[in-house]
Design a protein around this ligand. Structure first.
Ligand code: SAH
Length: 502
Protein backbone atom coordinates (compact mmCIF):
# COMPACT_ATOMS: atom_id res chain seq x y z
CA UNK A 1 0.00 0.00 0.00
CA UNK A 2 1.42 3.42 -0.86
CA UNK A 3 2.16 5.54 2.18
CA UNK A 4 -0.15 8.45 2.82
CA UNK A 5 0.89 11.90 3.77
CA UNK A 6 0.30 14.34 6.60
CA UNK A 7 -0.35 18.04 6.27
CA UNK A 8 0.13 20.06 9.42
CA UNK A 9 -2.28 22.90 8.75
CA UNK A 10 -2.98 26.17 10.53
CA UNK A 11 -6.67 27.09 10.53
CA UNK A 12 -6.21 30.67 11.73
CA UNK A 13 -7.83 32.19 14.81
CA UNK A 14 -11.46 31.31 13.91
CA UNK A 15 -12.88 33.65 11.25
CA UNK A 16 -13.42 31.48 8.17
CA UNK A 17 -12.11 34.26 5.95
CA UNK A 18 -8.68 33.95 7.55
CA UNK A 19 -8.24 30.36 6.40
CA UNK A 20 -5.57 30.19 3.70
CA UNK A 21 -6.49 29.00 0.22
CA UNK A 22 -4.07 26.13 0.63
CA UNK A 23 -5.68 25.02 3.88
CA UNK A 24 -9.15 25.20 2.34
CA UNK A 25 -8.13 23.01 -0.57
CA UNK A 26 -6.57 20.48 1.77
CA UNK A 27 -9.53 20.12 4.13
CA UNK A 28 -11.81 19.61 1.15
CA UNK A 29 -9.70 16.77 -0.17
CA UNK A 30 -8.59 15.01 3.00
CA UNK A 31 -9.42 11.45 3.97
CA UNK A 32 -8.91 12.09 7.66
CA UNK A 33 -8.89 15.32 9.68
CA UNK A 34 -7.69 15.60 13.26
CA UNK A 35 -8.81 18.91 14.68
CA UNK A 36 -8.76 20.63 18.02
CA UNK A 37 -10.94 23.00 19.94
CA UNK A 38 -9.52 26.28 18.61
CA UNK A 39 -10.45 25.56 15.01
CA UNK A 40 -13.31 27.89 14.04
CA UNK A 41 -16.79 26.42 13.81
CA UNK A 42 -17.37 27.97 10.41
CA UNK A 43 -14.22 26.24 9.22
CA UNK A 44 -15.40 22.89 10.52
CA UNK A 45 -18.62 23.53 8.62
CA UNK A 46 -16.61 23.56 5.36
CA UNK A 47 -15.49 19.98 5.76
CA UNK A 48 -17.38 17.89 3.22
CA UNK A 49 -19.42 14.89 4.37
CA UNK A 50 -17.60 11.56 4.29
CA UNK A 51 -14.29 12.75 5.76
CA UNK A 52 -13.19 10.80 8.83
CA UNK A 53 -13.11 13.32 11.64
CA UNK A 54 -11.12 12.88 14.79
CA UNK A 55 -11.69 15.38 17.53
CA UNK A 56 -8.59 15.64 19.64
CA UNK A 57 -9.63 18.69 21.63
CA UNK A 58 -11.95 19.36 24.48
CA UNK A 59 -15.12 19.85 22.47
CA UNK A 60 -18.55 18.76 23.62
CA UNK A 61 -17.24 17.18 26.77
CA UNK A 62 -14.86 14.78 25.05
CA UNK A 63 -11.66 14.06 26.87
CA UNK A 64 -8.51 15.50 25.37
CA UNK A 65 -6.47 13.06 23.36
CA UNK A 66 -2.99 12.81 24.85
CA UNK A 67 -0.17 14.21 22.73
CA UNK A 68 1.52 10.85 22.13
CA UNK A 69 -1.81 9.36 21.13
CA UNK A 70 -2.30 12.17 18.58
CA UNK A 71 1.20 11.52 17.22
CA UNK A 72 0.50 7.81 16.88
CA UNK A 73 -2.87 8.39 15.22
CA UNK A 74 -1.24 10.64 12.61
CA UNK A 75 1.34 7.93 11.96
CA UNK A 76 -1.19 5.10 11.71
CA UNK A 77 -3.52 6.90 9.37
CA UNK A 78 -0.64 7.87 7.08
CA UNK A 79 0.71 4.33 7.13
CA UNK A 80 -2.74 3.21 6.00
CA UNK A 81 -2.29 5.30 2.88
CA UNK A 82 -4.52 8.18 3.95
CA UNK A 83 -4.32 11.88 3.19
CA UNK A 84 -4.25 13.19 6.72
CA UNK A 85 -4.83 16.80 7.70
CA UNK A 86 -3.83 17.85 11.19
CA UNK A 87 -5.86 21.02 11.60
CA UNK A 88 -4.79 23.37 14.38
CA UNK A 89 -5.93 26.77 15.56
CA UNK A 90 -3.78 29.72 14.45
CA UNK A 91 -0.37 28.74 13.18
CA UNK A 92 0.78 25.16 13.88
CA UNK A 93 4.27 26.25 14.95
CA UNK A 94 3.24 29.11 17.25
CA UNK A 95 2.71 27.39 20.59
CA UNK A 96 0.92 24.67 18.67
CA UNK A 97 3.15 21.71 19.45
CA UNK A 98 3.51 21.29 15.70
CA UNK A 99 7.15 20.34 16.08
CA UNK A 100 6.34 17.51 18.46
CA UNK A 101 3.78 16.10 16.04
CA UNK A 102 6.29 15.92 13.22
CA UNK A 103 8.99 14.05 15.14
CA UNK A 104 7.39 10.61 14.94
CA UNK A 105 6.49 11.15 11.28
CA UNK A 106 10.05 12.15 10.42
CA UNK A 107 11.37 9.11 12.24
CA UNK A 108 9.12 6.83 10.14
CA UNK A 109 9.86 8.71 6.92
CA UNK A 110 6.23 9.70 6.43
CA UNK A 111 6.02 12.55 3.93
CA UNK A 112 4.56 15.73 5.36
CA UNK A 113 3.98 19.40 4.60
CA UNK A 114 3.46 22.34 6.90
CA UNK A 115 0.85 24.97 6.02
CA UNK A 116 1.32 28.08 8.16
CA UNK A 117 -1.79 29.77 9.46
CA UNK A 118 -2.71 33.26 10.60
CA UNK A 119 -1.67 33.28 14.23
CA UNK A 120 -4.05 34.54 16.89
CA UNK A 121 -1.12 36.41 18.43
CA UNK A 122 -1.33 39.03 15.68
CA UNK A 123 -4.80 38.57 14.21
CA UNK A 124 -6.77 38.87 17.46
CA UNK A 125 -5.25 42.29 18.30
CA UNK A 126 -5.88 43.38 14.69
CA UNK A 127 -9.58 42.51 15.11
CA UNK A 128 -9.62 44.62 18.26
CA UNK A 129 -8.10 47.61 16.50
CA UNK A 130 -4.65 47.10 18.00
CA UNK A 131 -1.67 47.16 15.64
CA UNK A 132 0.95 44.99 17.33
CA UNK A 133 3.68 47.39 16.25
CA UNK A 134 3.59 51.12 15.57
CA UNK A 135 6.63 53.28 14.89
CA UNK A 136 5.63 55.85 17.48
CA UNK A 137 5.30 53.29 20.25
CA UNK A 138 7.63 50.32 19.98
CA UNK A 139 10.34 48.69 17.96
CA UNK A 140 9.66 45.05 18.77
CA UNK A 141 6.87 42.60 19.49
CA UNK A 142 7.22 39.46 21.59
CA UNK A 143 5.01 36.40 21.82
CA UNK A 144 5.22 34.59 25.13
CA UNK A 145 3.44 31.60 26.61
CA UNK A 146 1.69 32.13 29.91
CA UNK A 147 1.53 28.42 30.43
CA UNK A 148 4.31 26.65 32.26
CA UNK A 149 5.43 23.30 30.84
CA UNK A 150 6.75 22.19 34.21
CA UNK A 151 5.46 23.68 37.40
CA UNK A 152 8.96 23.85 38.87
CA UNK A 153 10.73 25.33 35.82
CA UNK A 154 11.78 28.97 36.25
CA UNK A 155 9.14 31.47 35.25
CA UNK A 156 9.18 34.10 32.55
CA UNK A 157 12.08 36.53 32.97
CA UNK A 158 10.01 39.64 33.67
CA UNK A 159 13.06 41.88 34.10
CA UNK A 160 14.23 41.00 30.60
CA UNK A 161 10.76 41.55 29.17
CA UNK A 162 10.39 44.99 30.72
CA UNK A 163 13.81 46.04 29.37
CA UNK A 164 12.79 45.10 25.82
CA UNK A 165 10.25 47.92 25.87
CA UNK A 166 8.25 46.28 23.09
CA UNK A 167 4.69 44.98 22.73
CA UNK A 168 4.22 41.85 24.83
CA UNK A 169 1.68 39.23 23.76
CA UNK A 170 0.88 36.35 26.07
CA UNK A 171 -0.93 33.28 24.75
CA UNK A 172 -2.49 30.78 27.15
CA UNK A 173 -2.08 33.36 29.87
CA UNK A 174 -5.58 34.03 31.17
CA UNK A 175 -5.21 31.72 34.16
CA UNK A 176 -1.95 33.41 35.10
CA UNK A 177 -3.07 36.99 34.36
CA UNK A 178 -2.64 38.24 37.92
CA UNK A 179 0.80 36.65 38.15
CA UNK A 180 1.90 38.14 34.79
CA UNK A 181 0.76 41.68 35.64
CA UNK A 182 2.34 41.53 39.10
CA UNK A 183 5.58 40.17 37.61
CA UNK A 184 5.80 43.07 35.14
CA UNK A 185 4.95 45.67 37.78
CA UNK A 186 7.57 44.28 40.12
CA UNK A 187 10.11 44.38 37.34
CA UNK A 188 9.45 48.11 36.99
CA UNK A 189 6.91 48.47 34.20
CA UNK A 190 4.81 51.61 34.69
CA UNK A 191 1.40 50.85 36.25
CA UNK A 192 -0.46 52.95 33.69
CA UNK A 193 0.96 51.02 30.75
CA UNK A 194 -1.94 50.36 28.35
CA UNK A 195 -2.91 46.69 28.35
CA UNK A 196 -5.74 44.53 27.06
CA UNK A 197 -7.31 41.10 27.25
CA UNK A 198 -8.98 39.94 24.06
CA UNK A 199 -11.48 37.10 24.23
CA UNK A 200 -12.63 34.86 21.36
CA UNK A 201 -11.01 37.12 18.80
CA UNK A 202 -12.27 37.19 15.20
CA UNK A 203 -15.61 35.58 16.16
CA UNK A 204 -18.99 37.27 16.63
CA UNK A 205 -18.54 36.69 20.34
CA UNK A 206 -15.26 38.60 20.59
CA UNK A 207 -14.87 40.89 23.62
CA UNK A 208 -12.05 43.14 24.71
CA UNK A 209 -11.00 44.65 27.99
CA UNK A 210 -8.71 47.62 27.43
CA UNK A 211 -7.20 48.98 30.62
CA UNK A 212 -3.86 49.60 32.28
CA UNK A 213 -1.34 47.09 33.53
CA UNK A 214 -2.33 47.87 37.11
CA UNK A 215 -6.07 47.40 36.63
CA UNK A 216 -6.18 44.77 33.91
CA UNK A 217 -6.58 41.70 36.12
CA UNK A 218 -9.44 43.17 38.17
CA UNK A 219 -11.23 44.49 35.13
CA UNK A 220 -10.91 41.14 33.34
CA UNK A 221 -12.32 39.32 36.33
CA UNK A 222 -15.18 41.78 36.61
CA UNK A 223 -16.13 41.21 33.01
CA UNK A 224 -15.84 37.44 33.42
CA UNK A 225 -13.60 36.99 30.42
CA UNK A 226 -13.13 33.37 29.41
CA UNK A 227 -10.70 31.39 27.27
CA UNK A 228 -9.50 31.53 24.62
CA UNK A 229 -8.06 34.94 25.25
CA UNK A 230 -4.79 36.71 24.63
CA UNK A 231 -3.13 39.30 26.80
CA UNK A 232 -1.43 42.23 25.12
CA UNK A 233 0.64 44.78 26.96
CA UNK A 234 2.15 47.90 25.46
CA UNK A 235 1.44 51.44 24.35
CA UNK A 236 -0.16 50.21 21.11
CA UNK A 237 -3.20 49.17 23.19
CA UNK A 238 -4.12 52.82 23.51
CA UNK A 239 -5.04 52.83 19.81
CA UNK A 240 -7.81 50.26 20.27
CA UNK A 241 -10.67 52.74 20.51
CA UNK A 242 -9.57 54.77 17.51
CA UNK A 243 -8.98 51.74 15.34
CA UNK A 244 -11.69 49.32 16.42
CA UNK A 245 -13.64 48.30 13.36
CA UNK A 246 -15.33 44.91 13.70
CA UNK A 247 -18.41 46.19 15.49
CA UNK A 248 -18.88 48.99 12.97
CA UNK A 249 -19.82 46.58 10.20
CA UNK A 250 -23.58 46.24 9.60
CA UNK A 251 -23.55 42.66 10.92
CA UNK A 252 -20.59 42.96 13.27
CA UNK A 253 -21.21 40.88 16.39
CA UNK A 254 -23.95 38.84 14.72
CA UNK A 255 -23.84 35.11 14.32
CA UNK A 256 -26.02 33.82 11.54
CA UNK A 257 -26.81 30.19 11.05
CA UNK A 258 -27.61 29.42 7.45
CA UNK A 259 -29.76 26.39 6.86
CA UNK A 260 -29.86 25.69 3.16
CA UNK A 261 -28.72 22.82 1.05
CA UNK A 262 -24.93 23.04 1.00
CA UNK A 263 -24.82 23.69 -2.73
CA UNK A 264 -27.10 26.69 -2.38
CA UNK A 265 -25.77 28.15 0.83
CA UNK A 266 -22.64 29.81 -0.43
CA UNK A 267 -24.09 32.97 -1.99
CA UNK A 268 -26.07 33.87 1.11
CA UNK A 269 -23.14 33.05 3.38
CA UNK A 270 -20.71 35.10 1.33
CA UNK A 271 -23.03 38.12 1.43
CA UNK A 272 -23.51 37.86 5.19
CA UNK A 273 -19.79 37.49 5.81
CA UNK A 274 -19.11 40.54 3.67
CA UNK A 275 -21.36 42.45 6.06
CA UNK A 276 -19.38 41.25 9.07
CA UNK A 277 -21.46 38.36 10.34
CA UNK A 278 -19.97 35.14 11.62
CA UNK A 279 -21.74 32.58 9.47
CA UNK A 280 -22.21 28.98 10.44
CA UNK A 281 -23.50 26.80 7.66
CA UNK A 282 -25.79 24.10 8.86
CA UNK A 283 -26.78 22.37 5.68
CA UNK A 284 -29.98 21.06 7.19
CA UNK A 285 -31.30 19.61 3.99
CA UNK A 286 -29.50 18.23 1.02
CA UNK A 287 -31.10 17.55 -2.33
CA UNK A 288 -30.28 14.21 -3.87
CA UNK A 289 -31.26 13.37 -7.44
CA UNK A 290 -33.35 10.23 -7.74
CA UNK A 291 -31.01 7.70 -9.36
CA UNK A 292 -32.84 5.28 -11.65
CA UNK A 293 -35.63 7.61 -12.65
CA UNK A 294 -37.77 5.85 -15.24
CA UNK A 295 -40.48 8.50 -14.95
CA UNK A 296 -38.10 11.30 -15.87
CA UNK A 297 -36.44 9.29 -18.65
CA UNK A 298 -39.86 8.64 -20.12
CA UNK A 299 -40.92 12.29 -19.80
CA UNK A 300 -37.77 13.43 -21.58
CA UNK A 301 -38.34 10.89 -24.35
CA UNK A 302 -41.78 12.35 -25.04
CA UNK A 303 -40.83 15.94 -24.24
CA UNK A 304 -42.41 17.22 -27.47
CA UNK A 305 -45.86 16.26 -26.16
CA UNK A 306 -45.69 18.88 -23.40
CA UNK A 307 -46.76 22.47 -23.74
CA UNK A 308 -44.88 23.61 -20.63
CA UNK A 309 -42.11 22.57 -18.29
CA UNK A 310 -42.70 23.99 -14.81
CA UNK A 311 -39.79 24.39 -12.41
CA UNK A 312 -40.32 24.91 -8.70
CA UNK A 313 -36.69 24.93 -7.50
CA UNK A 314 -33.09 25.28 -8.59
CA UNK A 315 -32.52 21.66 -7.70
CA UNK A 316 -35.33 20.67 -10.08
CA UNK A 317 -33.67 22.68 -12.85
CA UNK A 318 -30.32 21.02 -12.22
CA UNK A 319 -31.60 17.47 -12.15
CA UNK A 320 -33.82 17.95 -15.20
CA UNK A 321 -31.12 19.42 -17.41
CA UNK A 322 -28.48 16.95 -16.27
CA UNK A 323 -30.82 14.15 -17.22
CA UNK A 324 -31.60 15.80 -20.55
CA UNK A 325 -27.90 15.93 -21.32
CA UNK A 326 -27.33 12.36 -20.15
CA UNK A 327 -30.10 11.25 -22.51
CA UNK A 328 -27.91 12.44 -25.35
CA UNK A 329 -29.84 15.59 -26.13
CA UNK A 330 -29.81 19.28 -25.15
CA UNK A 331 -31.93 22.39 -24.77
CA UNK A 332 -32.80 22.45 -28.48
CA UNK A 333 -35.31 19.70 -27.68
CA UNK A 334 -37.24 22.34 -25.75
CA UNK A 335 -37.91 24.33 -28.91
CA UNK A 336 -41.53 25.40 -28.85
CA UNK A 337 -42.10 24.37 -25.24
CA UNK A 338 -42.82 27.11 -22.74
CA UNK A 339 -41.10 27.35 -19.37
CA UNK A 340 -42.41 28.46 -15.98
CA UNK A 341 -40.37 29.21 -12.85
CA UNK A 342 -41.66 29.62 -9.31
CA UNK A 343 -39.34 32.50 -8.43
CA UNK A 344 -36.25 34.52 -9.17
CA UNK A 345 -33.69 31.97 -7.99
CA UNK A 346 -35.21 29.26 -10.16
CA UNK A 347 -35.43 31.71 -13.03
CA UNK A 348 -31.77 32.55 -12.57
CA UNK A 349 -30.85 28.86 -12.71
CA UNK A 350 -32.68 28.71 -16.06
CA UNK A 351 -30.99 31.88 -17.30
CA UNK A 352 -27.63 30.31 -16.55
CA UNK A 353 -28.56 27.59 -19.00
CA UNK A 354 -29.41 30.15 -21.63
CA UNK A 355 -33.18 29.99 -21.13
CA UNK A 356 -35.80 32.62 -20.37
CA UNK A 357 -38.98 31.92 -18.42
CA UNK A 358 -42.38 32.51 -19.97
CA UNK A 359 -44.19 32.63 -16.65
CA UNK A 360 -42.98 33.71 -13.19
CA UNK A 361 -45.60 34.60 -10.55
CA UNK A 362 -45.34 37.98 -8.85
CA UNK A 363 -45.31 36.28 -5.41
CA UNK A 364 -42.97 33.33 -5.32
CA UNK A 365 -44.97 30.41 -3.98
CA UNK A 366 -46.83 27.41 -5.32
CA UNK A 367 -50.30 28.92 -5.03
CA UNK A 368 -49.33 31.99 -7.04
CA UNK A 369 -47.50 29.83 -9.54
CA UNK A 370 -50.63 27.70 -10.03
CA UNK A 371 -52.81 30.78 -10.43
CA UNK A 372 -50.40 32.40 -12.88
CA UNK A 373 -50.26 29.21 -14.93
CA UNK A 374 -54.05 28.92 -15.01
CA UNK A 375 -54.11 32.28 -16.76
CA UNK A 376 -51.62 31.47 -19.50
CA UNK A 377 -51.87 27.74 -20.22
CA UNK A 378 -53.87 27.12 -23.40
CA UNK A 379 -56.45 24.34 -23.65
CA UNK A 380 -54.85 21.02 -24.49
CA UNK A 381 -51.38 22.02 -23.24
CA UNK A 382 -49.91 19.47 -20.86
CA UNK A 383 -47.48 20.42 -18.10
CA UNK A 384 -44.35 18.60 -17.06
CA UNK A 385 -43.43 19.35 -13.45
CA UNK A 386 -40.04 17.90 -12.48
CA UNK A 387 -39.76 18.59 -8.75
CA UNK A 388 -39.13 17.24 -5.24
CA UNK A 389 -40.74 13.96 -4.28
CA UNK A 390 -42.45 15.80 -1.45
CA UNK A 391 -43.55 18.72 -3.58
CA UNK A 392 -46.43 20.79 -2.21
CA UNK A 393 -49.93 19.59 -3.00
CA UNK A 394 -51.18 23.16 -3.42
CA UNK A 395 -49.82 23.48 -6.94
CA UNK A 396 -51.29 20.25 -8.27
CA UNK A 397 -54.64 20.78 -6.52
CA UNK A 398 -54.93 24.17 -8.18
CA UNK A 399 -54.13 22.71 -11.58
CA UNK A 400 -56.71 19.95 -11.00
CA UNK A 401 -59.32 22.55 -10.18
CA UNK A 402 -58.63 24.34 -13.46
CA UNK A 403 -58.63 21.07 -15.36
CA UNK A 404 -55.03 21.52 -16.52
CA UNK A 405 -53.35 18.20 -17.33
CA UNK A 406 -49.87 17.60 -15.94
CA UNK A 407 -47.24 14.99 -15.13
CA UNK A 408 -45.83 15.54 -11.66
CA UNK A 409 -42.45 13.78 -11.84
CA UNK A 410 -40.35 13.42 -8.70
CA UNK A 411 -36.74 14.11 -9.62
CA UNK A 412 -35.03 14.57 -6.28
CA UNK A 413 -35.37 13.83 -2.60
CA UNK A 414 -34.65 16.22 0.20
CA UNK A 415 -32.74 14.45 2.92
CA UNK A 416 -31.55 15.56 6.29
CA UNK A 417 -27.85 16.02 6.44
CA UNK A 418 -26.54 15.35 9.87
CA UNK A 419 -23.72 17.54 10.97
CA UNK A 420 -22.36 16.97 14.41
CA UNK A 421 -19.58 19.50 13.93
CA UNK A 422 -21.70 22.46 14.83
CA UNK A 423 -22.66 22.23 18.46
CA UNK A 424 -26.18 23.20 19.45
CA UNK A 425 -24.73 25.21 22.35
CA UNK A 426 -23.39 27.68 19.79
CA UNK A 427 -26.97 28.44 18.81
CA UNK A 428 -27.99 29.18 22.34
CA UNK A 429 -24.99 31.15 23.57
CA UNK A 430 -26.59 34.10 25.32
CA UNK A 431 -23.75 36.58 24.89
CA UNK A 432 -24.01 36.56 21.10
CA UNK A 433 -26.82 37.83 18.89
CA UNK A 434 -27.74 34.71 16.96
CA UNK A 435 -30.05 34.55 13.97
CA UNK A 436 -31.08 31.49 12.03
CA UNK A 437 -31.96 32.03 8.37
CA UNK A 438 -34.62 29.76 6.95
CA UNK A 439 -35.49 29.73 3.29
CA UNK A 440 -38.25 27.13 3.38
CA UNK A 441 -40.42 25.20 5.82
CA UNK A 442 -38.35 22.11 5.08
CA UNK A 443 -35.20 23.86 6.30
CA UNK A 444 -37.01 24.56 9.59
CA UNK A 445 -37.92 20.90 9.94
CA UNK A 446 -34.37 19.91 9.04
CA UNK A 447 -32.98 22.27 11.66
CA UNK A 448 -35.27 20.82 14.32
CA UNK A 449 -34.24 17.33 13.25
CA UNK A 450 -30.55 18.12 13.63
CA UNK A 451 -30.53 20.23 16.76
CA UNK A 452 -33.18 18.34 18.69
CA UNK A 453 -33.39 20.95 21.46
CA UNK A 454 -36.21 21.17 23.94
CA UNK A 455 -36.68 24.90 23.80
CA UNK A 456 -36.41 27.11 20.74
CA UNK A 457 -37.77 30.27 22.28
CA UNK A 458 -34.34 31.95 22.21
CA UNK A 459 -33.90 31.37 18.49
CA UNK A 460 -34.45 34.39 16.27
CA UNK A 461 -35.61 32.93 13.01
CA UNK A 462 -35.42 35.09 9.91
CA UNK A 463 -37.58 33.57 7.24
CA UNK A 464 -38.35 33.79 3.57
CA UNK A 465 -42.11 33.51 3.22
CA UNK A 466 -45.02 33.29 5.63
CA UNK A 467 -45.23 29.49 5.34
CA UNK A 468 -41.64 29.22 6.56
CA UNK A 469 -42.29 31.59 9.46
CA UNK A 470 -45.41 29.67 10.46
CA UNK A 471 -43.35 26.49 10.66
CA UNK A 472 -40.71 28.26 12.79
CA UNK A 473 -43.34 29.65 15.18
CA UNK A 474 -44.88 26.21 15.50
CA UNK A 475 -41.64 25.18 17.21
CA UNK A 476 -41.64 28.18 19.54
CA UNK A 477 -39.13 30.38 17.70
CA UNK A 478 -39.39 34.12 17.29
CA UNK A 479 -39.83 34.53 13.56
CA UNK A 480 -39.40 37.58 11.36
CA UNK A 481 -40.25 37.51 7.67
CA UNK A 482 -38.35 39.26 4.88
CA UNK A 483 -40.32 41.77 2.82
CA UNK A 484 -39.58 39.95 -0.40
CA UNK A 485 -38.81 36.40 -1.32
CA UNK A 486 -35.19 37.02 -2.20
CA UNK A 487 -31.83 36.48 -0.56
CA UNK A 488 -31.16 40.23 -0.66
CA UNK A 489 -34.35 40.97 1.20
CA UNK A 490 -33.55 38.28 3.76
CA UNK A 491 -30.15 39.89 4.28
CA UNK A 492 -31.78 43.31 4.68
CA UNK A 493 -34.10 41.87 7.33
CA UNK A 494 -31.20 40.49 9.34
CA UNK A 495 -29.42 43.86 9.21
CA UNK A 496 -32.61 45.59 10.33
CA UNK A 497 -33.10 43.21 13.29
CA UNK A 498 -29.46 43.44 14.30
CA UNK A 499 -29.46 47.24 14.15
CA UNK A 500 -32.50 47.39 16.43
CA UNK A 501 -30.96 44.84 18.78
CA UNK A 502 -27.79 46.91 19.16
N1 SAH B 1 -1.17 28.05 17.49
C1 SAH B 1 -2.09 29.02 18.01
C2 SAH B 1 -1.90 29.25 19.49
C3 SAH B 1 -2.16 28.03 20.33
S1 SAH B 1 -1.98 28.33 22.02
C4 SAH B 1 -1.97 30.32 17.24
O1 SAH B 1 -1.04 30.50 16.46
O2 SAH B 1 -2.86 31.16 17.38
C5 SAH B 1 -3.64 28.67 22.49
C6 SAH B 1 -3.80 30.11 22.85
O3 SAH B 1 -3.96 30.90 21.70
C7 SAH B 1 -5.02 30.42 23.67
O4 SAH B 1 -4.81 30.13 25.03
C8 SAH B 1 -5.18 31.89 23.43
O5 SAH B 1 -4.26 32.61 24.21
C9 SAH B 1 -4.77 32.02 22.00
N2 SAH B 1 -5.89 32.04 21.06
C10 SAH B 1 -6.11 31.21 20.04
N3 SAH B 1 -7.21 31.56 19.36
C11 SAH B 1 -7.70 32.66 19.97
C12 SAH B 1 -8.82 33.50 19.74
N4 SAH B 1 -9.66 33.28 18.72
N5 SAH B 1 -9.02 34.54 20.57
C13 SAH B 1 -8.20 34.77 21.59
N6 SAH B 1 -7.12 34.01 21.85
C14 SAH B 1 -6.87 32.96 21.05
Amino acid sequence: MPTGKVWLVGAGPSDAGLLTLKAKGLIQNADVILYDSLVGDAILGMIPPGVKLINVGKRAGHAVMQQDQINRTLLNEAQNGKKVVRLKGGDPFVFGRGGEELELLAEHRIPFEVVPGVTSAFAVPAYAGIPVTHRDFCSSVHVITGHKKDADKPDVDFDALVKLDGTLIFLMGLGALGHICAGLLNAGMRPDMPAAVLEKGTTAAQRRVVSTLERLADETKRQQIKTPAIIIIGRVCSLSDTFSWTGKRPLGGARVVVTRPRKLASRLSARLRELGAEVLELPAIETVAIGENAGLTDAIRKLKTYGWVVFTSQAGVDVFFNKLFESGTDIRTLDGIKIAAIGSATEMALNKRGLLSDCVPRTYDSVHLGTALAEVVKPGERLLIPRARIGSKELTELLDRHGIPYDDIPVYDTVLETNDLIKPELLFEDTVETYVAFTSASTVRGFIGITGAADYSRIKAVCIGEQTAAEARKHGMHAAVSEEITIDSLTEKIIQLHTTER
